[in-house]
Design a protein around this ligand. Sequence first.
Ligand code: ADP
Ligand code: MG
Length: 243
Amino acid sequence: MLELRGVIKRYGTTAALGPIDLRVDEANTTVLLGPSGCGKSTALRAMLGLIKPSEGEVLFEGEPISREARRRAGYVIQDGGLFPHLTARANLIIQPLEFGIARAEAEARVSELSELTSFPRDGLDRYPAELSGGQRQRVALMRSLMLDPDVLLMDEPLGALDPVTRADLQSDLRDIFRSLGKTVVLVTHDLAEAAYLGDRIVLMERGEIAQAGRFEDLRDAPASDFVRRFVSAHRSVPMGAGS
Ligand code: ADP
Ligand code: MG
């Protein structure tokens, strides 16, 4: 569905990303995981065609990524990126209207998606500042789905949320990904989130892939010391005797 082939992205003389070869499978959730600065966002932006690689190529369904292909991708960033001066509803319908979709049709899509994302209907006419962080991210998710994209790319969409809101959204996201059957690429630095949401985890280290596979593969057969340390750094909370 999406492929990075021999991609390198340099800023000046330092490589922010690559060389990296990565294939994203259709109807699967691929998680780009790794410490801050390892190149996750750069990889995601390269997939979206928002940055041009210094070397290598990005393929969308086997073809070089184009403007047309970009339209078929939904993008969600950490703070949601909503327009603060527009209501949630206006944020949702602005792009569909620009693309010539009729207002009634766009409004119908808003109803459908607020159902899907469990967003309260009375929140639709509020401004982003009048919504909670979790609600804003639900709106950002809805907005990315308005045009029914083939792929959904999310860059730390839950990063700014408190743990309870985050856990709620994680479980809703998992249900949504499953029910939509879309190709999803999600960036996180949180191993538990990656394990919970990802069919496949791509653990990155300094711009390259340290290991790709299921969570169990990384846990049980770490490919390097870095992978071992990354997995063991995310200790779970001790539950005490008998639990
Ligand atoms: P991550 O998302 O994993 O935290 P990024 O992809 O944002 O990492 O960044 C990877 C590396 O590239 C970092 O060292 C970062 O400082 C560098 N970088 C990212 N964007 C730019 C830019 N526009 N100019 C210069 N360096 C950049
Ligand atoms: Mg990032």
